[in-house]
Design a protein around this ligand. Structure first.
Ligand code: TYM
Length: 338
């Protein structure tokens, strides 16, 4: 019997600053179980990071840290292709072609572009605006069907779909049109200091985020300071729209402990916020400690990480080259004689 062709999954995280619990619960954690049923590619998207100013040495360090983190979170380089975006030059090349298909108007409307332009008013570079086209290129280059991301990336995946459909209509069927895979409960983890905003790597308030490298006592302190809700039910641990702070903590607790939200509500009934917050902190620590230990072990084995990245880039390049050659042909570029 012919071997079944698995559908493809692609996702990535920027090696910018410290990876947060939001990145983990909304994206990275959901990748591991996909590896058995899909052909997976997980990429450290370093080119995307350049859209905000970086210290070169830090970017290099963050890129290797993130590679080790992927593996520590369960990405198995024997099952999935793990690689660094800039090691496969086709990403930037396809982005140029897709630039000729994407419209300035639609890029101008992207929420993240508007948001980052506000926050980096002194550096609204073309790359910042072009960011979603490079992301479309990442996805379309591998003909990926499913994109496991958090809610904030849905708009970018939708733009990718539009670009793919437009290209297919203009030049004939070329790209698989991808779709998001969202893990509902974890898709939008909120700031600990302002539950109306997402938990974001770039938050200037360190107390608003839990990073994957935070030590246990730091996590406990941040959770104790987390904003809860001041309503008449001040000590009732309940998931509801009028209690966004507590609901966010309940979501985090449920995702980290494996208990359902309803079970957790029963467990903390009448116990008060202090006990609840300590339990949330403990549930996070229990998840992060083994990951941190494994990441540290991997970072001490540079040779292994380099071998994984070399092999990942080779495998990714083979797929990428095939797609780019097809795209160049479709748009009318003369093939190079070799
Ligand atoms: P980045 O690095 O900003 O985020 C990485 C992933 O984390 C998710 N995420 C969250 N999920 C839940 N709650 C939060 N508070 C939270 N904050 C972030 C993001 O949705 C994302 O899945 N543009 C992408 C990187 C990228 C990419 C790609 C992803 C580049 N090319 C191709 C998929 C496919 C990004 O947001 O990275």
């Amino acid at each position: 019997m012919a071997e079944e062709v698995k559908k493809r999954v692609f996702s990535g995280v920027q090696p910018t600053g410290k990876v947060t619990l939001g990145n983990y619960l909304g994206a990275i954690r959901n990748w591991k179980p996909l590896q058995d049923n899909y052909d997976c590619l997980f990429c450290v998207v370093d080119l995307h990071s350049l859209t905000v100013s970086q210290v070169p040495a830090e970017l290099r360090k963050n890129t290797l840290d993130l590679t080790a983190l992927y593996i520590a979170c369960g990405i198995d380089p024997d099952k999935s292709i793990l690689f660094i975006q800039s090691h496969v030059h086709e990403h930037a090349e396809l982005a140029w072609i897709l630039d000729t298909v994407a419209y300035v108007g639609e890029l101008n409307r992207m929420t993240q572009f508007k948001d980052k332009s506000r926050r980096h008013a002194d550096n609204i570079n073309m790359g910042l605006m072009n960011y979603p086209v490079l992301m479309a290129s990442d996805i379309l280059l591998y003909q990926a069907e499913y994109i496991p991301v958090g809610k904030d990336q849905v708009q970018h995946v939708e733009l990718t779909r539009d670009i793919a459909e437009r290209f297919n209509a203009r030049y004939s069927e070329t790209f698989v049109v991808p779709q998001c895979l969202l893990n509902k409960a974890g898709s939008s983890i909120k700031s600990l200091q302002d539950p109306s905003a997402k938990m974001s790597k770039s938050d200037v308030n360190d107390n608003a985020i839990v990073t994957l490298s935070d030590e246990p006592d730091v996590i406990r302190r941040k959770l104790r300071r987390a904003v809860t809700d001041s309503d008449s039910d001040a000590h009732c641990v309940r998931h509801s729209a009028d209690k966004p702070g507590v609901s966010n903590l309940l979501n985090i607790y449920s995702l980290c402990s494996g208990e359902s939200v309803a079970e957790a509500e029963r467990r903390f009934e009448g116990k008060g916020y202090g006990v609840f917050k300590d339990a949330v902190a403990d549930s996070i620590i229990a998840v992060l400690e083994p990951i941190q230990a494994e990441q540290k072990r991997l970072l001490a084995d540079k040779g292994y990480l380099e071998a994984v990245l070399k092999s990942g880039a080779e495998k990714a390049s083979r797929i990428a080259q095939k797609t780019l050659t097809k795209v160049y042909r479709k748009v009318g570029l003369v093939p190079q004689i070799r």
